[in-house]
Design a binder for this molecule. Structure first.
Ligand code: FAD
Length: 279
């Protein structure tokens, strides 16, 4: 199918983009187009105008400081994945990104676009939620920071207002004593996960003092469960809070089975990582 007709604007300043967005209630932002363009072609979205942000300056950065990793709205998945500094600061970013789609899609799709798209089957929304990161957004009304815990409203629905553009995402660094793990099951590498699991742990004096696990593709939104007090059976603790969904890709029972298998394995990987990584 072909998209329904739409107007197209390619602003060269953020102010121009924000003014256009505020003045056109039916407009949508176009970043990498790897999710939006298929939706247009299937006529599941029919915006009156596309505001292409690819010519905006100063949004392609991947920068790191002691606090963590800042990713601009035009940084492609591939550029984030290639950043040695980002992988050193927060290794879960690269671990998860290597499972996002295929190289051609990663060359164009943006990490910030994936966060705003808010697909519960996508890896990076869950990673942002698990790490308690945030997204900075701008509009003609000013700027604000949305914590990950407040970003995901429902299936394919973020809490950005219609006139807001996400300009940067922030992923906190992995602190001393921290470790991460990630694993997912997909039909083919690069497909969306049937279930994906990530873990972040903190070790102090040899003991696990913090353990959180995040899940992809088990619910309408990314879900995070604190399993610090359930290290003997973290999967049971997780399943008590999850309600795995059934769809054409997998039954609810199969998803629950994958949660049971992957959760202890990924948690063990994260603990091993925390104990063996160079601090
Ligand atoms: P776009 O498609 O341009 O936009 C997506 C949505 O976000 C639109 O509603 C748009 O208006 C909005 N948006 C984008 N950027 C901004 C912004 N800065 N401010 C405000 N709104 C914005 N993703 C995965 O996570 N895992 C996968 O396994 C995976 N597999 C894929 C397989 C295929 C075959 C394809 C085509 C895509 C796949 N993707 C997967 C999606 C891919 O990661 C996309 O790049 C990502 O979802 C969206 O980023 P984008 O820059 O392409 O956004």
């Amino acid at each position: 199918m072909k998209p329904a007709p739409f107007a197209y604007l390619r602003p060269t300043t953020l102010e121009e983009a924000l003014t256009a967005l505020a003045g056109e209630p039916g407009a949508k932002v176009l970043a990498g187009g790897q999710s939006l363009v298929p939706l247009l072609s299937m006529r599941l979205a029919a915006p009156s105008m596309l505001i292409d942000i690819n010519a905006l300056p100063d949004l392609g950065h991947v920068t790191c400081d002691e606090a963590g990793v800042r990713i601009g709205a035009l940084a492609r998945h591939a550029e984030v994945l290639a950043s040695v500094e980002a992988a050193a600061s927060q290794p879960l970013i690269a671990r998860a990104l290597s499972h996002v789609a295929h190289p051609t899609i990663r060359n164009r799709g943006t990490t910030v676009g994936s966060l705003v798209h808010a697909d519960a089957a996508a890896e990076m929304p869950m990673v942002l939620r698990l790490l308690e990161g945030s997204v900075d957004v701008a509009s003609v009304r000013g700027r604000r920071t949305i914590p990950a815990a407040e970003l995901f409203a429902g299936p394919l629905e973020s809490t950005l207002a219609h006139d807001e553009v996400a300009v940067e995402a922030f992923f906190p660094a992995l602190p001393a004593g921290g470790g991460i793990g990630f694993e997912e099951i997909a039909r083919r590498h690069g497909d969306y996960a049937l279930v994906g699991v990530a873990a972040v742990v903190t070790i102090a004096d040899g003991d696990v003092v913090g353990a959180r696990v995040g899940f992809v593709s088990v619910s309408d939104v990314p879900v995070v469960v604190d399993v610090t007090d359930h290290l003997d059976d973290p999967a049971a603790a997780a399943l008590a809070e999850l309600d795995p969904a059934e769809d054409i890709h997998a039954s609810a029972d199969y998803r629950a089975h994958l949660v049971k298998v992957l959760t202890p394995r990924v948690l063990a990987d994260a603990i091993h990582h925390a104990r063996t990584r160079k601090q």
